[in-house]
Design a protein around this ligand. Structure first.
Ligand SMILES: C[S@@+](CC[C@H](N)C(=O)[O-])C[C@H]1O[C@@H](n2cnc3c(N)ncnc32)[C@H](O)[C@@H]1O
Length: 215
């Protein structure tokens, strides 16, 4: 097992990782959010797709199921959560290339993927790592490829503002709730950066962003 750098685990504490799917399914509209992300990504047969911060692999499995001809790679920094993801893919009979690594230093060559997807991982990254992760997503995308980023975003309702005010001091949420993710994508070189969808959840406002690598 590769030595793990410091990171914030999926449910903040390592000991909670085995309960991630159970907890998230009970508390978060994960199915709806992942379905929107998949719809936005418009993956074509034969596309090469990378998920960054795949956690237990729920989205990667959904991508592979809905686009069996796509080559799906999925990366997470946490070896323990990757073991859960690998077990799920094996049980479902889905071929997904799971790999341990950091979002801010992706172990893939330049111009490799048609789509990079990431859900609820950027709020685990420091602002510096958000910049690196956006630059890395840009680097591994082919010209014309798209980055679809789903995460907590700038609140747009009163309830969202109240929750975000509290969330701001948790994990690395500050840049998310200040609405800085689109700026991080633009600074990495992405064009046509847009907030494509907004969702109101009990845990606060969630945004789905899209950026395209020019070319
Ligand atoms: C809240 S979980 C989201 C997991 C999955 N995308 C989902 O939506 O269910 C955040 C994930 O980011 C991973 N993570 C944290 N820091 C990371 C980093 N620097 N590089 C890659 N993954 C990271 C964690 O291990 C965790 O699996």
């Amino acid at each position: 097992m590769t030595k793990q750098p410091h990171f914030i685990p999926a449910l903040h504490f390592h000991w909670l990782t085995p309960y991630y799917d159970f907890f998230i399914e009970k508390t978060f509209p994960v199915t709806e959010l992942n379905a929107c992300l998949l719809q936005e990504a418009e993956i074509s047969p034969g596309d090469a797709v990378l998920e960054v911060g795949c956690g237990t692999g729920t989205l990667a499995l959904l991508v592979k199921r809905s686009a069996p001809d796509a080559a799906v790679a999925a990366l997470d920094v946490d070896a323990r959560i990757l073991a859960i993801a690998r077990r799920k893919a094996l049980a479902a009979g889905l071929a997904i290339g799971f790999q341990q690594g950091s979002a801010s230093r992706l172990p893939y060559p330049d111009n490799r993927f048609d789509r990079v997807l990431s859900g609820f991982t950027f709020h685990h990254l420091t602002d510096e790592d958000k910049r690196h992760a956006a630059a890395e997503a840009f680097r591994v995308l082919r010209p014309g490829g798209e980055f679809h980023l789903l995460d907590f975003g700038k609140p747009y309702t009163l309830y969202g503002r109240l929750v975000s005010w509290a969330l701001r001091w948790t994990e690395e949420m500050d840049g998310n709730v200040r609405g800085l993710l689109p700026d991080r994508l633009r600074a990495a070189g992405f064009a046509e950066v847009e907030e494509r969808r907004r969702f109101s959840t009990l845990s606060g406002s969630v945004s789905l962003y899209r950026g395209r690598k020019p070319g």
